[in-house]
Design a protein around this ligand. Structure first.
Ligand code: KG4
Ligand code: ZN
Length: 330
């Protein structure tokens, strides 16, 4: 008998629900909160209130789009960490209540592991082990994925995440939140003519806070000479920033591939939607004879389908949570 899962994601500013049957996605509904655009970042209090408002309609739409009823559900997979505590709490409480009412089990999913699982959606899947560069608004890590339930992190950021580097630098340029996609768009109109120092971090770890600071001082000095500098050079500034960030990411990924000898290389997380990073990875793949895996755009940014895929593997391994499950920001 095929198993049917409801998956729910509410760790940051997207409320999402998906229906997964035997590892196949039947529906994936994402409601993004636009309240944060003009506020320059996600405001936790506003985010959790918006989840409260949207979670029921989003779950109902995921069910109706897939023509599944609550009585068809075998389990509920829910993101319990990491993320904003208030946002996670809404999803976890909703999932616990629904599981209790339907008398079905809960499955606890880690949001970062789920981002990696986006690579296991569809026909063209990497074989194990594969290396994954997971780049989101809150995290940046390189992992060896031995299996869906055995993920070994071998490098991580020691300060800001790659997404934060995009968002915070973009804010300095006056771009709305999240600035990552805006920088991507502007960069296509410019050239990477400005250079910024790259961090000298040993091993496979990353650092992005220095870039943000040097970008701030660079802008301050240029604006003192020409108050319209940003306005006139926005495209080149975005192209230069994007070039620096993707270069930092790629250097570590190349180092990880050399050290581990793994040639199956995947991308994951919101920043994996970046067009320059996607094409740079394809270029490097051709150069190093890597097999490249990049999730479809809608599975890079936050979504419940990826939660459902991780939930599916956990369900088949008998890894269930119970009503003591709690949200955890880390
Ligand atoms: O994975 P995600 O949707 O949420 C978190 O788990 O954080 O990632 C959001 C991050 C934001 O920092 C956003 O600016 C970045 O992904 N992002 C991009 C692009 N699309 C989203 N960064 C660069 N280029 C993009 N096209
Ligand atoms: Zn995410």
């Amino acid at each position: 008998m095929a198993t049917t899962l409801l998956a729910i994601e509410s760790s940051c500013d997207d409320t999402s629900a998906a229906i997964i049957r035997e590892g196949k996605i039947l529906s994936n509904i994402v409601s993004s909160q636009h309240q944060h655009v003009l506020l320059g970042g996600v405001v936790p209090e506003i985010a959790s209130r918006a989840h409260v408002e949207m979670i029921l309609p989003v779950v109902e739409k995921a069910l109706s789009d897939s023509q599944v009823t609550t009585s068809d559900l075998d389990a509920i997979a829910i993101t319990s960490s990491p993320g904003l505590l208030g946002s996670l709490h809404v999803g976890v409480t909703f999932a616990k209540s629904m599981a209790l009412a339907l008398d079905i089990p809960l499955i606890e999913v880690n949001h970062m592991d789920a981002h990696i699982m986006a690579n296991l959606i569809g026909e063209d899947k990497p074989t194990f082990p594969f290396l994954c560069l997971t780049v989101s608004g809150g995290h940046t890590q390189i992992s060896i994925v031995h299996s869906p339930l055995d993920i070994e992190i071998i490098g991580r950021t020691i300060d800001d995440a790659a997404g934060e580097a995009f968002d915070k630098s973009g804010k300095l340029l006056g771009l709305p939140y999240p600035a990552g996609p805006e920088i991507d768009r502007w960069a296509q109109l410019g050239k990477p003519v400005y250079t910024f120092p790259k961090p000298q971090i040993v091993a496979l770890d990353f650092s992005f806070s220095g870039l943000k600071t040097s970008f701030l001082y660079f802008l301050r000095d240029r604006l003192a000479e020409d108050p319209s500098f940003i306005e006139h050079k926005k495209a080149d500034l975005c192209a230069s920033l994007q070039h620096t960030i993707t270069d930092i990411l790629m250097q570590k990924l190349e180092k990880a591939a050399t050290e581990t000898g793994i040639k199956n290389i995947a991308l994951a997380g919101g920043v994996a939607a970046n067009s320059a990073l996607r094409s740079l990875l394809k270029e490097k793949g051709a150069e190093h004879n890597w097999e490249i895996f990049i999730p479809a755009m809608q599975y890079c940014t936050d979504n419940a389908a990826m939660i459902g895929i991780q939930g599916y593997y956990k369900m088949h391994a008998g890894l269930y949570a119970d009503q003591t499950l709690e949200a955890s920001p880390k």
